[in-house]
Each structure stands twice: as C-alpha cells, then as structure tokens.
Ligand binder design. Structure first.
Ligand code: SAM
Length: 227
C-alpha cells in the first residue's frame, strides 16, 4: 500500500506525542486513496519536505468544520492549499475559505491543485502577511485556523479570538511542537517558537470565553470553541 504520511516526521529526538504503534493503527483505518489531486499534493509535500498537516489531521479538520456547519473559514498560513482542501470540502458550494500566505508561489500552486479538485471557487487566496490580510477582512468567522510561523502564535490567537462567532472554533496546528512544549527548560535554535507555543496554549486554556482541547495526532492540534 502506498505510504501517504506527511514528511513532517519527528526529528527532535525528544518526545513523540503519540506512540508510533497507535499512530500506525490510526493510519490503517484511514482510506489511503482519494482524489488524485490529494495524492499529488501529498507527494509534493514529501518531495519538498513541505510541512502540510497530514491526512489524519486533514480529515479531523474537515470533520470539525462539518460538525459546526462552518461556512466561513480564515486560514493563517495556507501553504499551497492542503489544509484548505479539507476545509473547502466542508464548507460546500455556499461557503468560503479565505486563505493567506506570504509566498506567491504557494498561491499559484493552490490555484492549480484546488481548481483540479473543483474547490477553487470556494477559496479566496490572498498573498501577504496573514495578520494584515485578516485585519483587512471584515466580519466574524466560523473557524480561524492558525498554521503560520510559530513565534506569531500568541499574536494570532489574540487577533482571532474576537472574530470567532459564538459556537465557532479556533484551531491551530503544531501545538505540541514535537513534544518540546513538555520538556522543561528546552533550549535550541527553535526555543523562541517553543516559548511562543507554550504561551499560546496557556492563553487559550485560561480564556474563560473558550473551551479548549488538544488532539495529539501528528504534532498536536488545538481546538478551542467559543462559548
Ligand atoms: C506550515 S505551512 C502551512 C501548511 C498548510 N496549513 C497545510 O497544512 O497545508 C506555513 C505557511 O505559512 C506561511 N507563513 C508563515 N508565516 C506567515 C505569516 N505571518 N503570514 C503569511 N504567511 C505565513 C509560510 O509561507 C508557509 O507556507
């Protein structure tokens, strides 16, 4: 069977959030085929070592969005549209996923892939700093999804939390940061990111307006529901 796992493997040597045997079991349950575009996007990630959420997380994102009947999603850090693929499926024809990424090449790739999957018409892709694009975009969202540079996580949370409708979700990827968040006094070249993620998670779990939970799949996905 073809291996469709993300190339974003743990390389810190510290902690693996989910026991590999459990992770393998979860993979064995997942349909490893799918739309040819999905396979192409996963192959591209592997080839370029591009950190997409993997398919286990993609299915989780789609399910979360469907559970709250999400129609308007804002993505901070869309890459070339892999996570948007899953959100776009969930919002259906009358919904919209607003994507943002600083790299124009990612936008071109997203257009190519999402058009081939007939999902581009549900997508609005903006190139630039996600923070600026978000500020320029009016209204409330059903979901704000955060996957930008990790040092910006607390800032993005502070911006997004006030723009989520009641019952809507804030979702962020990599909140376990390959286990670094759980290692006391962890220092290396990514310690700024580690500190930012620790602060981000602390802010969310202490916010009385939200109920929060971390799904430890892959690198940890936080879901916080606005009361
Ligand atoms: C982890 S990747 C996103 C992967 C994508 N969510 C997926 O799973 O398919 C992070 C992306 O965010 C972009 N990025 C990082 N910081 C950003 C910022 N402040 N504003 C806009 N884009 C940013 C990078 O160019 C990169 O493509």
């Amino acid at each position: 069977m073809k291996d469709i796992r993300s190339p974003d493997k743990d390389n810190s040597g510290i902690l693996i959030p989910v026991n590999p045997a459990i992770e393998n079991y979860m993979w064995s349950l997942v349909n490893q085929t799918g739309h040819p575009v999905l396979i192409e996007m996963e192959e591209f990630a592997k080839l370029r070592n591009f950190p997409i959420v993997n398919r286990l997380v993609g299915i989780f994102l789609e399910t979360q969005a469907k559970m709250i009947n999400a129609k308007r999603v804002f993505e901070f850090g869309s890459g070339y549209g892999y996570s948007a693929y899953w959100f776009a499926r969930a919002v259906r024809n009358d919904g919209c996923v607003i994507c943002s990424d600083s790299d124009p090449v990612n936008c071109e790739r997203a257009e190519k892939y999402l058009s081939a999957a007939s999902l581009w018409q549900r997508t609005e892709f903006c190139v630039g700093m996600a923070q600026d694009i978000f500020t320029r975009t009016d209204g409330l969202f059903d979901i704000c999804y955060n996957d930008v540079d990790k040092s910006a996580y607390p800032e993005i949370w502070q911006m997004a939390k006030n723009r989520i409708r009641s019952g809507g979700l804030y979702i962020a990827d990599n909140v376990l940061w390959h286990g670094r968040v759980a290692v006391e006094n962890y220092t290396d070249t990514v310690s700024d990111s580690t500190e930012a993620i620790i602060e981000h998670n602390r802010l969310i779990f202490n916010d009385p307006e939200f109920d929060a939970f971390i799904n430890p799949t892959r690198d940890g996905v936080i879901v916080a529901r606005k009361k």
